[in-house]
Design a protein around this ligand. Structure first.
Ligand code: HEM
Length: 354
């Protein structure tokens, strides 16, 4: 009897692990498409660049040094003062935009560094948590009866958000860290080819993510308004720390935090991203500020998303099937969202065997 009961559970776990492995493997494999796309023109282009670099006057490189008589001239250029030019367009008269140098230092310095720290810390915390606490199981096992938790629209929006997010994450991290991480593995030419494709993927999945996330947030807003139960949920460890019981409505306080992080930092990523795509005439200093905000907020959302994906899959037995089928086991509902379950019963929603 036990064997019969445990077979579907084993299959479910195997399917879930398979799905996670597929997402991770596909994400890791995506940048390697650069190897297929590389048309071999790279070495030529590289040769041209090297030739151009060789012909450049070496004095220019020394231009920033005090000993060079042209230092003052180049300092004035670096100050970003516009000169005369017949070319029209924003900042067309500015030879060197000094803000770009500062922007690069900020992007490649603190943003890239602290972003990688946040991602690594989250990954380590999850591994430690899983080793020490393990999976949060359905106490007393499944009941075999289920209640509806997510509507078809909510699941569709969540799927669009999740798929576009994975594409944005892989392409975004490639842009930020590819120079250091991918070039040593796949080479400069394949990286250039991958980034040419990656930029298009990023720019098209961005609006999909933006529209579906905003719709999902609007749909779930009523269930995510904070209330007194949330404080008690945090004080009792959210059912994750210790084995105590934590009461919750349709969304628990942890989910509400995730919701409001998306509603603030997630929306900031969307707004800055859309600005960058849709306004080609954006002055460069504004574009640089947008890019810094975009990257910093995206890295924060990514770090927390790793935790969300863990909790929704390996971390909690019975959660993922809610998002994939729309229904959750009654035992899961009572354990994690008892107030919501009681409310559903009051509304006359009857559990069904499916
Ligand atoms: C890619 C893999 C992902 C998986 C496996 C996953 C899994 C889940 C699961 C199982 C739930 C339901 C939890 C419950 O029933 O209480 C959920 C809810 C939710 N997910 Fe995801 N998710 C993923 C990605 C994302 C991403 C990338 C975002 C947003 C950037 C996101 C935003 C949400 C939101 C807003 C909710 C509703 C909870 C709330 O309102 O706080 N998910 N997810």
């Amino acid at each position: 009897m036990n064997n019969v009961k445990s077979r579907p559970a084993t299959r479910r776990l195997a399917m879930m692990l398979g799905a996670i492995a597929a997402i991770v493997l596909l994400s890791l494999a995506l940048p390697f498409t650069g190897l297929l796309l590389d048309d071999g023109a790279g070495p030529q282009a590289q040769a041209q660049t090297s030739a151009a670099q060789a012909s450049a006057t070496p004095e220019l490189d020394k231009g920033f040094g005090e000993s060079n008589p042209r230092a003052n001239y180049w300092k004035a250029v670096r100050a970003g003062n516009a000169g005369y030019t017949a070319v029209r367009g924003p900042e067309a008269g500015v030879l060197i935009q000094n803000g770009g140098v500062n922007w690069r230092a900020l992007r490649n310095g603190p943003i890239a560094f602290w972003g990688s720290v946040a991602l690594a810390v989250m990954a380590v915390l999850i591994v430690l948590f899983h080793l020490l606490r393990g999976r949060v199981k359905i106490e007393g096992g499944r009941s075999g009866m289920t209640v509806p938790r997510w509507s078809a629209l909510e699941r569709l929006l969540h799927a669009l958000v999740a798929i576009s997010f994975v594409i944005l994450l892989v392409t975004g991290l490639s842009m930020l860290y590819g120079r250091n991480v991918l070039i040593p593995v796949i080479g400069k030419d394949a990286f250039a080819a991958w980034m040419a494709l990656g930029k298009i993927l990023h720019n098209y999945s961005g609006p999909v993510f933006g529209v579906s996330l905003v719709l999902l947030l609007l749909k779930l807003l009523p269930a995510n308004i904070p209330n007194g139960t949330d404080i008690k949920w945090f004080l009792s460890g959210g059912g994750l720390i210790g084995r105590g019981h934590s009461s919750a409505g349709r969304m628990n306080a942890g989910e509400k935090l995730w919701f409001w992080l998306l509603a603030t930092f997630g929306v900031a990523v969307i707004v800055t991203g859309l600005y960058l795509i849709l306004d080609p005439a954006l002055p460069r200093d504004q574009a640089q500020t947008m890019l810094i905000v975009h990257a910093a907020c995206a890295l924060l959302v990514m770090a927390v998303a790793i935790g969300h994906v863990y909790i929704g899959t390996l971390g909690t037995e019975g959660s993922l099937e809610g998002m994939s089928t729309g229904r959750v086991d009654v035992a899961w509902a009572k354990q994690h969202h008892d107030l919501w379950y009681a409310e559903m019963q009051q509304k006359g929603v009857r559990p069904e065997q499916r």
